[in-house]
Design a protein around this ligand. Structure first.
Ligand SMILES: [Zn+2]
Length: 161
């Protein structure tokens, strides 16, 4: 993906207030991120472990989404599968919940999905970050990347719908 700037990310949030988008945690090391190997940028707030964020380009437009871990219980010890990249982890998958954009979100509607807790799906799919066990799949890396992007697009379109 194309590298993003802090300003670009902050102005792309679809499911929080403008004030929150200004204040929330954006990584300081954006220039050092492995953009060539990312399908989306995902990060957590080191000061607030229940907060997570992701940003990606959809149809030529940058969209960023605020996510929350739904409680400590979501850090499960059992094996779980990320719904975006379909990587199996033991204890490394979080149920992340995004308030829906606009009126729906104000009324408390949200969309949840199990995701890699560190939001590094792009790196797992490419084998750039290792997990203990990997389900054997007869898919090429390209196919896995495509599947991740399809899953991510479906999730984000539920948030913005
Ligand atoms: Zn994942």
């Amino acid at each position: 993906m194309k590298p993003m700037t802090e300003q670009e990310i902050r102005s792309a949030f679809v499911n929080c207030s403008k004030g929150e988008a200004k204040r929330l945690h954006v990584p300081r090391d954006l220039v050092e991120r492995p953009w060539d190997d990312l399908d989306f940028l995902g990060w957590r707030d080191p000061q607030a472990p229940d907060r997570a964020y992701l940003a990606a380009e959809f149809d030529g437009r940058t969209v960023a989404v605020v996510l929350r871990s739904s409680g400590a219980a979501s850090w499960q010890a059992r094996r779980s599968i990320c719904s975006l990249c379909v990587t199996t982890h033991t204890g490394g998958v979080s149920l992340l919940v995004a308030p829906r954009a606009g009126k729906a979100g104000q009324q408390g509607n949200s969309v949840g999905a199990y995701m890699c807790a560190d939001l590094a799906c792009s790196l797992y799919v490419r084998g750039k970050r290792e997990v203990g066990t990997r389900l054997h799949e007869s898919l090429t890396v390209e196919e896995k990347i495509r599947r991740t992007v399809v899953n991510l697009t479906a999730f984000v379109s539920k948030v913005t719908a």
